[in-house]
Ligand binder design. Structure first.
Ligand code: UD1
Ligand code: CA
Length: 449
């Protein structure tokens, strides 16, 4: 069966008190919308439609980054959830299959839950996702008759009796596309909020003799984000889950609660992560690597057997080959470090390539920026870059070449050559003693005067 996801993301999110549209606030360094889209991806949807309204331009840009095949439709006025889904009608004209409605601000939905909804579709035309609410508060209530769902009543429209129901509406549903849009066409706004309620399709379906049922999930899955407090809590929940998944996959986290992960962090089996490591977006670490304490990684790839840190910073475009060593207070940006190469102490390597088995001495800097443009540094294999070398890019250092300590490299260095670019040392015999006595005499004079 074909699936189309319709993700509602037009709401303002007033309580976030933000210029950023609510669905773009990040959890695990990815917009919460990306979490919803990732959960939906388990259904291998043929179509993904995001309904945007507030901050639509920013939402459209973000959607393109998350999934370039997803389509954004506009809901210029937020007239209710049924009206929101209705905005996907034209985009889905002629689509044969099921529509699954998700909310962009509900990031914790589990893939298995969506699968259960689709399974339940075999027995019912319309499937709603519900949950037992610890505090039903303002949620819509699911009025059940056995395992059949009679209708959903919104909090504002509920009677005393109905308010006692604790089985609540998550807002998610699955229904054949044609049926759903036919039902939505009949939804009115004669209710307490004067909104077009998506929930009204339940009663409308029943009235047309269609079977409607509800599938239950854990309340934690339907947790919506409405405020910064919710957002902060959601990040904690996300981190806990992401860490647990890594542990399950065979990654060692020495102090799990201190490791910060992103939605797209990938770490291989038997890799050891020491305390206080931050994984920004776009990091993949292969098996058997060691990321040592207090390191910060983003947009990089770390291969098998590499050791990073403690206190290392890997910035976007860093590509570490197998068995590389990146030590303390080293920053790498947009650079490929080939197999077995070492950059162990206090260095900046940016816009560069470093060949196999090459050793970069302490304090080496690639001077990649001239104040206007960036330039590349290419260092060959088995080279030795002496401590405190400045490589003024663009520049190349050949295979098996060396640079003397403190050298400022401004010209290419040929294979096997030694570059020395510093003043020659001159020892002046007896001068130190002479200088000391002059200086001491001066100080004595000052003290007396
Ligand atoms: C909705 C449900 C309620 C359910 C609750 C779960 C309806 C009528 N009510 O209520 O039964 O218990 O969710 O959280 O469906 N949105 C749009 N355009 C609109 C209106 C909403 O895109 O015109 C989006 C919002 O951005 C949000 C989602 O739809 O992501 C839900 O809207 P919201 O206003 O929060 O619905 P509730 O009143 O909470
Ligand atoms: Ca809500």
């Amino acid at each position: 069966m074909s699936i189309a996801l319709v993700i509602l993301a037009a709401g303002k999110g007033t309580r976030m008190n933000s210029d950023l549209p609510k669905v773009l606030h990040p959890i695990g360094q990815a917009p919460m919308l990306a979490h919803a889209m990732q959960a939906g991806a388990v259904l291998e949807p043929d179509r993904t439609i995001v309904v945007a309204g507030h901050g639509a331009e920013a939402v459209t840009r973000a959607v393109a980054e998350i999934d370039e095949t997803a389509q954004v439709v506009l809901q210029t006025e937020q007239l209710g959830t049924a009206h929101a889904v209705d905005q996907a009608r034209d985009a889905l004209a002629g689509f044969e299959g099921d529509v699954v409605v998700l909310y962009g601000d509900t990031p914790f939905l589990q893939p298995q839950t969506l699968e259960r909804m689709i399974d339940a579709r075999q027995k019912a035309a319309l499937v709603i996702l519900g949950f037992e609410a610890a505090d039903p508060a303002r949620y819509g209530r699911l009025v059940m008759d056995g395992d059949r769902l009679e209708r959903i009543v919104e909090f504002k429209d509920a009677s005393e009796e109905e308010l006692k129901i604790s089985f609540c509406n998550s807002g998610l549903m699955a229904c054949d596309a044609e049926t759903l849009f036919d039902l939505i066409a009949k939804v009115g706004n004669d209710n307490a909020s004067e909104e077009y309620y998506l929930t009204d399709v339940v009663e409308l379906a029943r009235n047309s003799g269609l079977a409607v049922t509800a599938v239950a999930c854990d309340e934690a899955e339907t947790l919506g984000i409405n405020s910064r407090v919710d957002l902060a809590r959601a990040d904690v929940v996300f981190q806990d889950r992401a860490r647990a998944e890594l542990l399950e996959l065979g990654v060692t986290l020495m102090a799990p609660e201190t490791v910060y992960l992103s939605l797209d962090t990938i770490i291989g089996r038997d890799t050891v992560i020491e305390p206080n490591v931050v994984f920004g977006p776009g990091v993949t670490v292969e098996s058997g690597a060691n990321i040592r304490a207090f390191s910060h990684l983003e947009g990089c790839h770390v291969s098998r057997g590499a050791v990073v840190g403690p206190y290392a910073r890997l910035r976007p475009g860093t590509e570490l080959a197998e068995n590389t060593r990146i030590g303390n207070f080293v920053e790498i940006k947009n650079a490929e470090i080939a197999e077995g190469a070492k950059v162990n102490h206090l260095s900046y390597v940016g816009d560069a390539s470093v060949g196999t088995e090459t050793n970069i001495g302490a304090g080496t800097i690639t001077c990649n920026y001239d104040g206007v443009m960036k330039h590349r540094t290419e260092i060959g294999a088995r080279a030795f870059i002496g401590s405190n070398t400045c490589l003024v890019a663009p520049v190349k250092v050949g295979n098996e070449a060396m640079t003397a300590t403190g050298t400022v490299v401004t010209k290419d260095v040929e294979d096997g050559a030694l570059a020395v670019a510093r003043a020659r040392q001159d020892n002046k015999q007896g001068y130190a003693r002479k200088l000391f006595s002059i200086l001491r005499a001066k100080k004595q004079k000052q003290n007396r005067g």
